[in-house]
Design a protein around this ligand. Structure first.
Ligand code: HPA
Length: 247
């Protein structure tokens, strides 16, 4: 089937508002089950596939997401263009709560996750270029669409992917800042590299939910506030994607 756009929803985005005439698809993959059914429907006159990364009731933690099955399932349904929507903490001063960022770089601090499709016995080893971890053309399309939709987004930034599900210590964030990270999230990797291995176009809409540990005024990060900020930023996502799909 032709899918114009696939969206992987993160924390706070468990179904895609405005998706109509939907069908649900449970795809078996050589890597096991995806996080849930892929919901395919019409949005902005185009066919969109939606998958909730953590499951529709948020039951799959970041380190247990079957990233390989998710990407494989979307690809096998016919998706070629994927937007990952990710909740993040802001490290850079201008990346506070509710800011939306389209990152352009990644540093991976995760461990123990399957990071390649050639991880199985006998599979041919394939080395891929990952200098630019996101598809630049898709990043540009996202920013143009946001602009047209009147939604402010920041162009570029380095996403530091941590293991979760706990938030980071102040020392960890200080180190990440020294490393050059602007944002911190738990799900950006290995999703991006697996998309690249499948030759999918892939870009990220990073929704800032809080200042990362030690970056804001608060001594502690409130999880309730995270979800309130996320809800506000998430509401902008369909507006951006609607313009993207119409252009
Ligand atoms: N750290 C990691 N992941 C996150 C954060 C954070 O502060 N906020 C939202 N996702």
């Amino acid at each position: 089937m032709t899918i114009d756009l696939a969206v992987i929803g993160g924390s706070g985005l468990y179904n895609f508002p405005g998706l109509e005439n939907t069908t649900r698809h449970r795809i078996e993959t050589p890597f096991g089950a995806a996080s849930g059914d892929i919901v395919v429907g019409e949005f902005a006159g185009r066919r969109v596939a939606f998958l909730a990364r953590h499951g529709e009731s948020h039951t799959v933690p970041p380190h247990r997401v079957n990233y390989r099955a998710n990407l494989w399932a979307l690809h096998s349904l016919g998706a070629r263009r994927v937007i990952g929507v990710n909740a993040v903490g802001g490290i850079r001063a201008d990346m506070g709560p509710r800011v939306i960022v389209v990152p352009d770089q990644i540093i991976d601090y995760t461990h123990g996750r399957y990071t390649s499709f050639c991880d199985i016995e006998g599979a041919e080893v394939r080395h891929i270029d990952f200098s630019e971890p996101y598809t630049e053309a898709l990043r540009q399309q996202l920013m143009i669409a946001a602009n047209k939709a009147g939604v402010a987004v920041l162009d570029g930034g380095c996403y530091g992917a941590t293991q979760g599900p706990r938030l980071e210590t102040r020392a960890e964030i200080a180190r990440m800042k020294r490393d050059g990270c602007d944002l911190v999230g738990m799900t950006g990797m290995p999703e991006a590299v697996l998309a690249r291995e499948l030759d999918l176009e892939y870009a990220c809409l990073a929704l800032v939910a809080n200042f990362a540990a030690g970056c804001g005024d608060e001594a502690e990060i409130s999880i309730e506030e995270i979800f309130a900020h996320l809800a506000a930023a998430t509401a902008e996502v369909p507006r951006i994607l609607s313009v993207l799909l119409k252009s």
